[in-house]
Design a binder for this molecule. Structure first.
Ligand code: URP
Ligand code: ZN
Ligand code: ZN
Length: 478
């Protein structure tokens, strides 16, 4: 037992976390962590007393997760509605050990990007319980957007933007992709690419529907790996042509991974992200063999989940450095909802189902279970879920590590806790999880955001909605 009275007490610390087994992307050490005004101000042995003390014995102490790809309260077309806003979405995030989120301010075709950002600020203000930055979605790269709006927005802290090669309301032509990449090159921003070939998908979709193949399970068949592989290769070629780094988001399997490895081997700066759905779901979860009925809609996302061989390839690529980022791609559509997965009713063909699966709270535990099973190291876990996302999206060193000067965004992680995932225990507003019933070992027990305990011993403490702050992103560190 330590004698608290014997310790120096002149630090004016707000909080000390004692006996912390700290794990960062590169180091592992045992120390006390001193926190003042929301920042880590000391890492040392036997730090002086503070107003509040937490004993971290038996826990791993990790930097709070950075979820660099999630969708919250994103304006949707055609009567579709996201179930999570910034309050419920960030509540679920922090209960899953994530302390920073980066959702998307999405431009509509014909609309202004700046307007989209202002609207998105209004949606986040007063609602978020943890800190957040915004990516942009560029859906209509007019000369005004390319030459006026984007350069100003980059200066203002929006240094990453996503472009789509599919979805009618979002997709860019090859020429438009090149224009956006060129702006990123000149202003040192990062383009994230959704790589699937739109024409192949619409051709396959039409064929399937004409043959009466309309159930959710046919979604996967309308977007086979070759469609993703071709677009991935094309995006890489554009990046090479323009001479700019890109990041390919939500990579689903072997074929796209091969393209990315090939490009990385040629010395191109091609970064990549994958997500829990490509480790834990397969086409069978969409009911590939006709056994799930409409329930398969719960797992409809794009690119679609593939097969166990592809899952294996994704695990390997997480361990061998192909991927830099592991995100949730949380897309919160209710299942039993005419504004969600049942848009238009169950008789509608699969291409009406809003794409995406929820997963903001389960992202970290699902990957951590891979650490336990020897699929990747603990340092890789931290690198993929916190350190690299913070670096790549211009939030480091404030976020993504445990170091003096960083925000005190800290997770006390119980590596031995077994949890069977159940939607009834999650904190999002979505009426299902695609991971229902999966048992994982390892769970975030206590989570702090800027030094404030938000979750204690698994209990969400109901902090003030709106305490989360907007983060201006700096230049991506690639
Ligand atoms: O199916 C997916 N991934 N939906 C979310 C939107 C996107 O493309 O990331
Ligand atoms: Zn996407
Ligand atoms: Zn997404």
């Amino acid at each position: 037992m330590k004698d608290k009275q014997a310790m120096p007490s002149d630090n004016n610390l707000d909080l000390v976390i004692r006996n912390a087994e700290v794990v960062t992307a590169s180091d592992r050490f045992i120390c006390d962590i001193g926190v003042r005004d929301g920042k880590i101000v000391a890492l040392g042995q036997s730090l002086g007393n503070a107003k509040e003390e937490i004993d971290a014995s038996g826990m791993l102490v990790l930097p709070g997760g950075v979820d660099a790809h999630c969708h919250l309260d994103q304006p949707m077309p055609d009567g579709i509605r996201m179930a999570d806003d910034f309050f419920t979405g960030t509540r679920a995030a922090v209960c899953g050990g994530t302390t920073t989120v980066i959702p998307f301010a999405a431009q509509e075709k014909g609309g202004s990007l700046k307007e989209a950002v202002m609207d998105y600020h209004r949606r986040a203000d007063g609602r978020a319980v943890i800190d957040y930055a915004f990516h942009l979605i560029v859906a209509d790269p007019t000369p005004a957007v390319l030459n006026e709006e984007l350069p100003v927005l980059i200066q203002e802290g929006f240094t990453s933007f996503k472009v789509y090669m599919t979805y009618d309301d979002l997709k860019l032509s090859d020429r438009e992709m090149l224009e956006v990449l060129d702006v990123a090159r000149r202003h040192k921003a990062l383009v994230m690419v959704h790589a699937e070939n739109a024409d192949c998908i619409s051709w396959l979709t039409e064929k399937l529907i004409n043959e009466g193949n309309i159930e959710p399970r046919f979604h996967g068949l309308s977007r086979p790996s070759v469609v993703e592989r071709e677009a991935t290769h094309r995006a890489i070629s554009f990046a090479e042509l323009v001479d700019v780094p890109i990041l390919i988001v939500h990579v689903s399997g072997k074929e796209a991974i091969e393209q990315i490895r090939w490009a990385q081997g040629r010395g191109l700066k091609i970064l990549a992200e994958t997500c829990p759905q490509y480790l834990y779901l397969t086409a069978e979860d969409m009911g590939l063999h006709g056994d799930h009925g409409y329930e398969g809609a719960k797992c409809v996302c794009s690119p679609p989940p593939r097969d166990p061989e592809n899952q294996k390839a994704v695990w390997h690529a997480l361990a061998n450095g192909v991927f830099s980022v592991f995100s949730s791609d949380h897309a919160p559509f209710n299942y039993d909802d005419p504004k969600g997965k049942k848009l238009g009713g169950e008789a509608q063909p699969f291409n009406h189902i809003p794409n995406g699966v929820p997963g903001i709270e389960t992202r970290l535990p699902l990957l951590f279970d891979g650490v336990r099973r020897g699929k990747l190291s603990l340092h890789q876990f931290v690198e993929l879920t916190a350190y690299k996302p913070a670096k790549i999206y211009g939030l480091y060193p404030r976020k993504g590590t445990i170091a003096v000067g960083a925000d005190a965004d800290i997770v006390l992680w119980d590596p031995n806790r077994k949890v069977r995932i159940a939607n009834s225990s999650l904190h999002h507003a979505v009426d299902y999880t695609p991971y229902e019933g999966i048992e994982v070992t390892g769970w975030p027990m206590t989570t702090l955001s800027r030094g404030e305990v938000i979750v204690r011993n698994g209990e969400y403490l109901e902090p003030t909605a709106g305490r989360g702050r907007f983060l201006k992103a700096g230049q991506p560190e690639l």
